[in-house]
Design a protein around this ligand. Structure first.
Ligand code: S3P
Length: 429
């Protein structure tokens, strides 16, 4: 098992222009290319395990993929049956969105993934898809992968989702594009909206009105996608927290998507007292630009609204809570329990090991700011837990184990981290 020892950081001032490209947009770009008439061109695609798995799946589904190392060009003349089991690796986004895409395709498909993904709930997509005529199955009545799909015709629907999940929403929007009439999807709180923005940009008739999205079935193929994937705000956030907890530090995070559904964690950090500014430099599909984070003493906050806008960043935000004065509380975040790990337990255990007072709730936790102390923290195979506790190490030194998972989303994480502090990595079996 690989591990790293991270040393305490001194003040730093850096610009980062090579943060990992956005994972959500990268997954979607290769999938949506399958719906286009012509060649889609994707630059700055995230070359990490999760998204490379999606690219491989698209190839297995018959797309023609050319990759010159800079631009990935994808053209497809329709989804073809795959000789292979479609391996989503660690990615819930991959599995849930492919369910929507494949439910109406001609043929039989099997989706599987790693040991963590095979334990994550899939009924949230298989159940509404079955209700509109999709033929899907899996272990535990269709809740657990491997999943099998026999493409079929889909009925129009008006679905009111109980969870604010962009994965469920995107799955159903993809199904709606091939349904037999107008469909509506309503969510309890707005979740990230890359799917709506990208499909609209490709010419799909997708209309968003508050929490309700109306989708018309595709009459013809969409226009090809031509996209440069912006930097991932969730990956950027690790370095935002690094600056926010290191006295006199500052970091300029460049080329990041500033989509409002993705930068809520930076807003939370701002509420805690960090000095943060934003600059929009581009706007294609969504606003893109720079985020500048400067150290300033932090105080505790309560996080209970718009949880889906910062769900992926809560582990890293919890490190800022530990370094703040006073207490912070996270509520309404039970979704954390079904991410790559049970992130309520993994955050609570990690913080406790590092000398921080924490209370665990069913839907969140309470963190009392204090003095982080060096500890050994295991990631439980979860990339965001690994990177969060490595960032905590900038305050006090830390050893973090089980690091291979970082390759699922942020392959150059350590390269960027070494601009801030010294680390020692051990790659062992
Ligand atoms: C994602 C949506 C979120 C997020 C995940 C990526 C996406 O999941 O946690 O990392 O790309 O749609 P949910 O929509 O299930 O909350």
């Amino acid at each position: 098992m690989s591990r790293v020892v991270v040393h305490k950081a001194q003040k730093f001032s850096i610009k980062l222009d090579s943060i990992a490209p956005d994972k959500s947009i990268s997954h979607r770009s290769v999938m949506f290319a399958m719906l286009a008439d012509g060649t889609s061109k994707i630059t700055n695609f995230l070359r990490a395990e999760d998204t490379l798995n999606s690219l491989e799946i698209v190839k297995n589904l018959g797309a023609e993929v050319r990759d010159d190392g800079t631009t990935i060009s994808i053209s497809s003349d329709g989804i073809k049956e795959s000789f292979e089991v479609l391996d989503c690796g660690n990615s819930g986004t991959g599995m849930r969105l492919f369910c929507g895409l494949l439910s109406s395709a001609n043929g039989h498909f099997v989706l599987s993934g790693d040991e963590y993904l095979r334990r994550r709930p899939m009924k949230r997509v298989t159940s509404p898809l079955r209700d509109i005529g999709a033929v899907l199955d899996g272990r535990q009545e269709g809740d657990l992968a491997p999943l099998s799909i026999r493409g079929s015709s889909l009925k129009a629907f008006n679905y009111e989702s109980k969870i604010a999940s962009a994965q469920v929403k995107s799955c159903m929007i993809l199904a709606a594009l091939r349904a037999d009439g107008f469909c509506t999807y309503t969510e309890p709180e707005l979740s990230r909206d890359h799917t709506e923005r990208m499909l609209k940009g490709m010419g799909a008739d997708v209309v968003v009105d508050g929490l309700k999205t109306t989708i018309s079935p595709m009459k013809e193929l969409l226009s090809p996608l031509v996209i440069r994937v912006p930097a991932d705000p969730s990956s950027s956030f690790f370095f935002g927290v690094a600056a926010a907890i290191t006295p006199d530090a500052d970091v300029l995070l460049q080329g990041v998507t500033l989509n409002p559904t993705r930068i809520e964690a930076f807003k939370a950090l701002e509420k805690m007292g960090a000095d943060i500014s934003y600059e929009i430099t581009d706007n294609k599909y969504e606003p893109i630009g720079n985020i500048h984070v400067k150290y300033s003493p932090l105080h505790g906050i309560v996080v209970e609204d718009n949880i889906s806008w910062l769900i992926d960043e809560l582990p890293a935000l919890s490190i800022a809570f530990a370094c703040a004065s006073g207490e912070s509380i996270v509520k309404n975040a039970e979704e954390l329990r079904v991410k790559e790990s049970d992130r309520i337990s993994t955050v609570v255990e990690g913080l406790r090991a590092a000398n921080i007072e924490v209370d665990e709730y069913k839907d969140g936790y309470r963190v009392v700011g204090g003095e982080l102390k060096s500890a050994i923290v295991d990631s439980d195979g979860d990339h965001r837990i690994a990177m969060s506790f490595i960032i905590a190490g900038l305050r006090c030194g830390m050893e973090v184990t089980d690091l291979d998972c970082i390759n699922t989303s942020f392959p150059n994480f350590f390269e960027l981290l070494e601009q801030i502090t010294s680390i020692k990595r051990y790659d062992e079996d």
